[in-house]
Each structure stands twice: as structure tokens, then as C-alpha cells.
Design a protein around this ligand. Structure first.
Ligand code: FPP
Length: 249
């Protein structure tokens, strides 16, 4: 019995392992409400959210998901109170620091997508270290979207195209969808097959706009800190029950 067959059986994971989404993206929403419900400060919700993420990353890798992209901090999140921004940055730093022990040993690759230059120095340094450390890992690729905004990502791709046209490296008639896709942070990844948003909100919030042209969406009322393996299984099962047509009949 292969590792996957026995893992799926032992854990009663009744999903079709031959039809797994290759790339899952998650909008991890509801940390604040989770904390409020318990009379705790918002930052306690973010901490519990970070724990939920640790679990889902390892579980996704175990069941054979190849790419997991999580929305950790958007270009709009700077508008939050400084104390909350600082707490989120602190959690991110801690997450990256623990990644060597908790994820690198599991063959998980960690990358950050977003405007890294706009982040604090200590985080930038840690991102570069973890990126290099895990670059050759062949298990799950975890992409942490940090200081990420999809419109901004597309604007940068267009600027880069303009520079290439101006310098004569590219002619206008050769610009196609691949010329844009190849200039996004996700240039070497498949588009997400499934996007999950927790906490009952049903918005895309400037996340992977180009990449989600044919993505399946799954929404749940579960608040992110409460999101567990069984919720991911539920999302994958629903995904597997859908018929993806990519615009065809
Ligand atoms: C949304 O909850 C969540 C965020 C803005 C950030 C997501 C961050 C984490 C899961 C923790 C840290 C991440 C890492 C990678 C260590 P919200 O605050 O908008 O919740 P609310 O809508 O209930 O107020």
C-alpha cells in the first residue's frame, strides 16, 4: 500500500487522491471576530490564526497538495492600528523563524509573494534566509502573501512590459497572456484551482485577480482560528464534485 493510500485510509480521508487541487489559496479571515467572541484582544485571534495555519500547512502537505498560498497581510492592512500591524509582523517573524525547525525538515518550500521591499528590515532578512534555505525542497510550496495586492502586482507586470517594449526586447504584437502571467509573483506556479475564504465574507479582496480566472471558490462561516483538517477535506470534496469547464461546454 502506498504512503498516500494508507494515510488516507488510516485518517478516514475520503477524498479522491487522483483529483486533488494542485494549488489551494486561502483568505484567512475572522481572527478578530474569533477573539471578540471570547472577550480577548484581536491579537490573540491572530496568534490562534497563526497556529491554525501551522496545522493546515502540514496537513496539506501530507495529503499531497503541491501549492498553498495564504493571504497573511494585504497592501491595505497598513491602515490597521499600529499595535495590530506590529503584532502581525511579530507573528510573521516568529512563523518564519520557526519554519526551519517545523517546515524545512518536512521538505516544505517557503516563499513570500508581495512587495517585500516595503516590509521591515528584520522580516526582509528572514524571508531571504528561509527562501534560500528551502529553495530545493520538493514537498508542498507554501506561498505567504505579504504586503500583497493583486492590482499592484498587475501594474508592476505592465510596467515591466513597457520597459521591455521601450528597450526593443519585446514588440507590442507579441504581448499575450503569458507575457503578463510571466511577470507576476506566481510566474512559475499553476493558477489556484480552489480559493477558500473563511468567516462568512464572500469577497476576493484584491487577491490573485489574474490567477483566479477559472478558480473554484469555497466559502465557509468557520472563523479562521477554528479552521481544521476536516474543513479542508470538506472544501476539497466539494471541489471534486464540481465540473470544471474552463469556459467550454
Ligand atoms: C483576517 O482576520 C486576517 C488577517 C488580516 C491576517 C491573517 C493572519 C494570520 C492568520 C496570522 C499571522 C500569519 C502568519 C503567516 C503567521 P481579521 O483581523 O480581518 O478578522 P475580522 O474580520 O474578524 O476582524
Amino acid at each position: 500500500m502506498s504512503f498516500f493510500t494508507s494515510f488516507f485510509k488510516k485518517n478516514q480521508v475520503d477524498i479522491d487522491k487522483n483529483n486533488l487541487p494542485r494549488h489551494i489559496a486561502i483568505i484567512m479571515d475572522g481572527n478578530g471576530r474569533w477573539a471578540k467572541k471570547r472577550g480577548l484582544p484581536r491579537n490573540a485571534g491572530h496568534r490562534e490564526g497563526s497556529n491554525a495555519l501551522k496545522n493546515i500547512v502540514v496537513f496539506s502537505d501530507k495529503i499531497g497538495i503541491k501549492y498553498l498560498t495564504v493571504y497573511a497581510f494585504s497592501t491595505e492592512n497598513w491602515k490597521r492600528p499600529k499595535s495590530e500591524v506590529d503584532a502581525l509582523m511579530g507573528l510573521l517573524l516568529e512563523y518564519l523563524k520557526n519554519a526551519e525547525r517545523e517546515l524545512h525538515g518536512k521538505n516544505i518550500r517557503i516563499r513570500v509573494i508581495g512587495d517585500v521591499n516595503g516590509l521591515p528590515e528584520d522580516i526582509k532578512k528572514e524571508i531571504a534566509r528561509v527562501d534560500k534555505l528551502t529553495a530545493k525542497n520538493t514537498g508542498l510550496s507554501l506561498n505567504i502573501a505579504l504586503n500583497y495586492g493583486s492590482r499592484n502586482e498587475i501594474v508592476n507586470a505592465v510596467k515591466s512590459l513597457c520597459v521591455d517594449v521601450k528597450n526593443g526586447r519585446l514588440s507590442v504584437k507579441d504581448i499575450d497572456e503569458d507575457s503578463i502571467a510571466g511577470r507576476l509573483y506566481t510566474f512559475d506556479m499553476p493558477d489556484p484551482d480552489l480559493i477558500i475564504r473563511t468567516s462568512g465574507e464572500k469577497r476576493i479582496s484584491n487577491f490573485l485577480l489574474w490567477q483566479s480566472a477559472y478558480t473554484e471558490f469555497w466559502f465557509t462561516d468557520v472563523l479562521w482560528p477554528d479552521f481544521k483538517d476536516n474543513h479542508l477535506i470538506e472544501a476539497i470534496k466539494e471541489y471534486q464534485s464540481r465540473h470544471r469547464r474552463f469556459g467550454g461546454a
